[in-house]
Design a protein around this ligand. Structure first.
Ligand code: HGY
Ligand code: MN
Ligand code: MN
Ligand code: MN
Length: 407
């Protein structure tokens, strides 16, 4: 089976890269920290005896050959980039467990008909450029050239950041794989929620992944004197934005299933004694049902329009990304569940509220995901934690399932 101590040691080692004073990690795409983590994992892949290469969007790929090298490959993987001040398990667990599975197979003298590849997908979080799943879009052929024009808050574009890592962004399309090359994709990931913990279970079988809609909303009014301007003569962009943000929360709660978040807000010019003339804020909306997600989007945007019209302000909505919900393959769900039973691990079937690379790879092949319990359900935070025992249980289920899919 797998070498649990080696997996845990690698998790803690990679968790040191990009570590902040309060214990969180910041490893944004195409930064020094990101490159350091990629380098460490490249060395681990080589130690595991994998054939390693980086593709044209910066994905790192380690391949274990199959008895039939022309058979479609089984893919496993996840990401190494993080959010600002995030946790050490989000993404890294899936990458390191994938390498551990292949290294253990080789050490146990196990070969399979189908080749198996571990993917480290670049820029899954989309925290630096507000555009996520870059690597898995590139690999599944859904990346568009205009996507490389997204800029970070220093004005650096995705294309420029890729160039800074020695890549040629014009060749991004060469990263895409053909459907006939790939048999299935399997991702191990921390749950990032509280369901497994509430049920006191180590492992979850993911049934589907929620949609992801990301908006940049700009409200434009008129900056003016905070003291000399009577309330009825104001065009206050921040007061309007506050009303709209209240609508996001109210309408999302009313669905009883969706989630809605305003993670970033900037008011300009930003003086204590100036009425804000312009406000920019992000909206992140998700639901496992596309119907609920579309209805929610419509209701929020029409109320935002009304609020701005009544106040004589201008509303602009920039659609940063729209990814539909991704269903997991029933066959792979059954295979994961079978592995759990064989290992004596009780499993639970649940949807994923968090987004994952699997929601792009689903454009190429059937997908499956295995969750590991998150302590207090915390993630995207320094307190993100899963126990060595739970990580080992998840990695064992991954090992068992990969053997079945690749046999
Ligand atoms: O934002 C997400 O859902 C994921 O962590 N990328
Ligand atoms: Mn994440
Ligand atoms: Mn993740
Ligand atoms: Mn087969």
């Amino acid at each position: 089976m797998i070498n649990a101590d080696r997996l845990w040691k690698n998790l803690l080692d990679i968790g040191e890269i990009g570590k902040n004073p309060d214990g969180g990690i910041t490893r944004l795409a195409f930064t020094k920290e990101d490159r350091q983590a990629i380098k460490m994992v490249e060395d681990l892949m080589k130690e595991a005896g994998l054939a390693v290469h980086e593709d044209e969007v910066g994905n790192l790929i380690g391949r274990k050959e199959g008895e039939d090298s022309n058979a479609p490959a089984v893919l496993i993987g996840s990401h190494l980039d993080s959010v600002f001040n995030g946790g050490i398990f989000d993404g890294s667990l899936g990458v390191l467990a994938g390498i551990e599975v292949l290294q253990s197979m080789t050490e146990n003298g196990i070969s399979t008909k189908h080749p198996i590849e571990v993917y480290v997908f670049r820029d899954e979080e989309g925290c630096r450029f507000n555009f996520s799943l870059l690597g898995s879009r590139g690999m599944s052929g859904t990346l568009k050239v205009e996507n490389l024009e997204y800029r970070d808050n220093e004005g650096i574009s995705l294309a420029e950041a890729m160039k800074s890592c020695g890549m040629n962004p014009e060749e991004f399309f060469k990263a895409s794989r053909r459907p006939d090359e790939i048999k299935a994709y399997l991702e191990l990931h921390v749950e990032q929620g509280k369901v497994l913990e509430c049920e006191n279970l180590q492992v979850g079988v993911v049934t589907g992944i929620a949609s992801s809609l990301r908006l940049m909303v700009t409200v434009t009014g008129k900056a003016d004197h905070a003291g000399a301007t009577p309330m009825n003569l104001r065009f206050d962009a921040l007061a309007a934005a506050a009303q709209i943000i209240g609508v996001v929360e109210k309408e999302t709660r009313a669905t009883k299933s969706a989630v809605g978040t305003v993670g970033q807000i900037h008011a300009y010019p930003g003086g204590i004694n100036i009425i804000p003339g312009r406000v920019e804020f992000t909206v992140d909306l998700r639901d496992v049902s596309i119907k609920v997600a579309q209805q929610l989007e419509k209701s929020i945007l029409s109320q935002a329009e009304d609020i701005c019209t009544q106040r004589g302000l201008k509303l602009e909505v920039d659609f940063l990304q729209r990814v539909p919900p991704a269903p997991c393959s029933p066959e792979i769900i059954d295979t994961i569940a079978e592995s759990c039973r064989e290992l004596g691990i009780e499993e639970l079937h649940l949807p994923s509220g968090a987004g994952h690379d699997a929601m792009q790879v689903v454009n190429l092949c059937p997908i499956g995901m295995i969750f590991v319990r998150s302590q207090n359900g915390i993630s995207h935070h320094p307190a993100e934690w899963s126990t060595p025992e739970d990580c080992t249980a998840g990695a064992k289920v991954l090992y068992q399932t990969v053997l079945k899919l690749a046999e």
